[in-house]
Design a protein around this ligand. Structure first.
Ligand code: SF4
Length: 459
């Protein structure tokens, strides 16, 4: 289940027992490891290892501590090494102003040259940054040849710096340091950022988690990092493992396959996707992006039958709620929804429908009466505060009737479903307060606002 996104297995500290280290990694569920270079020679060794062990991949680069070793010939060598198919990123490269007598100008020069190489090779960056985040951000923002795709390895800045890096497009790499007693700032960053832009790493042989302090760090210790990430974000260990793994697959373009999920759990809820079709085309929708939500790949290879879904749900009452949702409009398969809701209610589950609210329009009749006794709750994607903005954001198939149909659906649901909620994604065009007035004052239903961070959302 795990990917160690940053480890130095080519370090001589692993020379004597590498096979045992890899066996322990496998036993701990670490299925892939990215071997990171920090000099030309260690980059070469990372590639050699990746060729020998299929679970390893490599990166190539020169760390800012070794800026004195970086010459035009080095760049030429790295460019050749980066062509190897095992190489998935350029790094670790960056800025480190922690120790006295650093040469900022020289470090920036080396970083920019290597970052531009990543741009030419279309590879992500693995960035090392210590006490230099402001300079790093300035350099990145001033140079459009530096890819906005990569990871801030062993992140050690504050929340504002994290936000700025995320806004530029980078991921944060979090390792054993998050378990240290004095890492309150880092833990605060993880709590506030959430896991959707975090990859986990060990940085072995360095920075072991607190419980292994004083020992050589290795990939099998990553479970301690995942456990802390899960605790900080109020997720299960499985959730944190799956999300950080999917992030690493996306970040490095790894060959690992994410299996399509029609039935998937997040925290104590179970979600069911019955279709990827939708009459709307909300521009923020994950359907236009990579279909990955909280580490689950929601692009269906085919639409499942009610029977297939029921077979995949083990003990429905173990979940706080079962939500007919997914990336698509469930009411396009209304018969399947009704059958699922009926069977799940019989089994004692609480059932919710997440919908665009266009079910009655799509089915040519008022379907809300059919929801009575089958659905405990419904969440309706209101999208916007008025018709014009709704049409601009959601681009509905039927722009003349969709806004009114959605509102009428919500009003009718109040007669048959115990809990009705409207939802919005707070994209810039939306007047959140007007949505609140419409939902809470006019319609007397709760409004749930999902923050917009400039990235796709499941709506
Ligand atoms: S966000 Fe929901 S309503 Fe909008 S396009 Fe995506 S699935 Fe359809």
């Amino acid at each position: 289940m795990l990917i160690d996104s940053h480890v130095h297995l080519q370090d001589k500290k692993f020379a004597r027992d590498l096979d045992r280290v890899l066996d322990r990694a496998e036993d701990a569920g670490v299925e892939r490891m990215i071997c990171v270079g920090d000099k030309t020679e260690s980059s070469r060794r990372a590639i050699a290892m990746a060729k020998r062990y299929p679970r390893l991949l490599a990166t190539v680069g020169v760390h800012p501590h070794y800026d004195a070793l970086f010459t035009p010939k080095t760049l030429f060598e790295l460019e050749a090494l980066a062509r190897d198919p095992s190489v998935v990123a350029i790094g670790e490269i960056g800025l480190d102003y922690h120790y006295p007598n650093y040469n900022a100008e020289r470090q920036i020069e080396c970083f920019v040259a290597q970052a531009r190489l990543a741009g030419r090779r279309k590879l992500p960056l693995v960035i090392h940054c210590r006490d230099a985040y402001d300079d790093l951000l300035r350099v990145i923002r001033e140079d459009d040849r530096i890819p906005r795709h990569g990871v801030m390895h062993c992140y050690s800045g504050d929340y504002e710096q994290a936000r700025a890096l995320l806004d530029e497009g980078y991921y944060l790499g979090i390792g054993g340091a998050v378990t240290y007693p004095n890492a309150d700032v880092l833990r605060d960053v993880v709590r506030r950022v959430g896991l959707e832009r975090i990859v986990s790493e060990t940085d072995g042989p360095y920075l072991p988690p607190q419980i292994k302090r004083g020992r050589r760090n290795e990939p099998s210790y990553m479970k301690h990092v995942i456990k802390t990430l899960a605790d900080l974000t109020d997720l299960s260990y499985q959730d944190a493992a799956r999300i950080t793994k999917a992030n690493a697959i996306k970040l490095f373009g790894l060959p690992d396959r994410l299996d399509p999920s029609a039935v998937y759990s997040i925290r104590n809820k179970l979600y069911v996707g019955v279709t990827n079709r939708c009459p709307n085309e909300c521009y923020f929708c994950q359907r236009h992006h990579d279909y990955i939500v909280m580490g689950h790949f929601l692009k269906l290879d085919r639409e499942p039958s009610a029977e297939e879904v029921i077979e995949r749900i083990d003990a429905p009452t173990q979940y706080g709620e079962i939500v007919l949702s997914g990336l698509g409009e469930p009411t396009l398969r209304w018969d399947v929804c009704l059958e699922l809701a009926r069977r799940l209610k019989e089994l004692g589950a609480r059932v919710r429908l997440n919908t665009s609210g266009l079910g009655s329009l799509l089915n040519g009749r008022d379907i809300t009466a059919e929801m009575a006794g089958r659905f405990d709750a419904v969440a309706i994607n209101m999208v916007a505060h008025d018709r014009e903005t709704y049409n601009r954001i959601a681009k509905p198939g039927d722009p003349d009737r969709s806004w009114d149909a959605m509102l009428e659906f919500a009003r009718n649901c109040k007669k048959t479903v115990p809990e009705v909620m409207m939802t919005i994604v707070a994209v810039p065009e939306v007047d959140v307060e007007e949505c609140r007035r419409l939902a809470e004052d006019d319609m007397q239903v709760r409004l749930r606002v999902r923050e917009w961070e400039g990235r796709p959302s499941e709506g």
